[in-house]
Design a protein around this ligand. Structure first.
Ligand code: TXA
Ligand code: MG
Length: 322
């Protein structure tokens, strides 16, 4: 198992020698390595069992540092960066040659972001290189929002997990770029569409396409638990599975279900607060996935604000690759 702690100097030393460290961000934990060192980047792909065609996000502590890795920042995207960094926003920008092709899987844009977590910002400002960091989970599984989640799955493959507590947003960053001059969302995430549209006006959302994905975060089945995950009307689902005699657990938005034992039921937010639901979502999915039941029954949340990104993750969890 990996060591878990808050020692920034230790994380710095491991990263400097080309090793990997799991780092906390406000969205999810990342599996970080020196983005300018192709050996370190290759290690990230192998530890995650991630296919090489799925590019990584480059993390730094400021927009000024990011200018060193991209050819230019279009005005509209700069407005977003100035409004939301540090925060749950990733921008796709034309890359400079200094960024290894392995990081971008050979694409000419690089994904960049300034994460909002005090420990990681401090670490980034001590380093002379940016960090490439995908979510710190095996490819295709639910992203980790606590240090223990990382340890459970990747603990025997990495040396150190920088412990920053529970991620306070709990959903991966919203990914944005320009497509034929139009601001386009490629992945719904922790920054909601209304906030984005207040700054740049109407945006195009391409995040739902499942055929020929431009980024694997767009794959239909991704962020998924191992158990069958069924979405629908919970009252109907529960009574039908009870009749069938199948063991199940329930993930509800705010609903209290008197016919389901408490230990088999997680409510994302009793008060119906979407930020609270987002923060709890992945930990709840993990807990339910590890329960001794055969299926997980769940429901969509209101499709507004962060609810859109939550519903995106719920639908992907329910999707099975054909
Ligand atoms: O919140 C987050 O974004 C977290 C934390 C750790 O920062 N990171 C994260 O990374 O979710 P990852 O690798 O799990 O998801 C990154 C997504 C992938 O779906 C990838 O395909 C897409 O970003 N992506 C990265 N670079 C890209 C590029 N150059 N063009 C298109 N998509 C890209
Ligand atoms: Mg991921």
């Amino acid at each position: 198992m990996a060591e878990i702690g808050k020692d920034i100097e230790k994380a710095e030393a491991i990263l400097k020698k080309g090793g990997l460290v799991a780092i906390p961000t406000e969205t999810v934990y990342g599996l970080a390595g020196n983005a300018l060192n192709p050996d370190a980047v290759a290690k990230i792909f192998s530890v995650k069992s991630r296919p090489n065609f799925d590019p990584l996000i480059l993390h730094t502590e400021s927009i000024e540092r990011i200018e060193g890795f991209v050819l230019h920042i279009p005005d509209s995207l700069r407005q977003l960066a100035l409004s939301f960094w540090p925060g749950p926003l990733t921008l796709l920008l034309p890359k400079k040659l200094i960024v290894p092709d392995l990081v971008t899987s050979g694409l000419n844009r690089v994904a960049v972001r300034v994460p909002n977590h005090p420990l990681t910002l401090k670490l980034l400002s001590k380093l002379e290189f940016p960090l490439a960091a995908p979510s710190a989970n095996p490819f295709g599984y639910i992203s980790p929002t606590k240090a223990t989640h990382v340890n459970d799955q990747l603990g025997d493959k990495i040396e150190y997990i920088l412990d920053g507590g529970s991620c306070h947003v709990g959903l991966e960053s919203t990914i944005i770029g320009l497509e034929n001059g139009q601001v386009t969302v490629y992945r719904l995430g922790g920054l909601d569409l209304q906030s984005i549209e207040k700054v740049v006006g109407k945006v195009k959302v391409m995040a739902h396409s499942s055929s020929n994905p431009k980024s694997p975060g767009m794959l239909k089945s991704h962020y998924a638990p191992r158990k069958p995950f069924i979405l629908g009307d919970l009252d109907k689902l529960v009574s039908s599975y009870q009749k069938k005699g199948t063991d199940f657990a329930v993930l509800s938005f705010r609903k209290d279900l008197s016919m389901v034992p408490d230990k088999r039921h997680i409510q994302l937010s009793r008060l119906g607060d979407l930020s609270e639901a987002a923060k709890n979502l992945f930990a709840a999915m993990r807990t339910l996935d590890n329960m001794d039941v055969s299926v997980i029954l769940s429901e969509l949340v209101p499709d507004v604000g962060l609810g859109k990104a939550i519903n995106d993750r719920l639908k992907r969890a329910a999707a099975r690759e054909e």
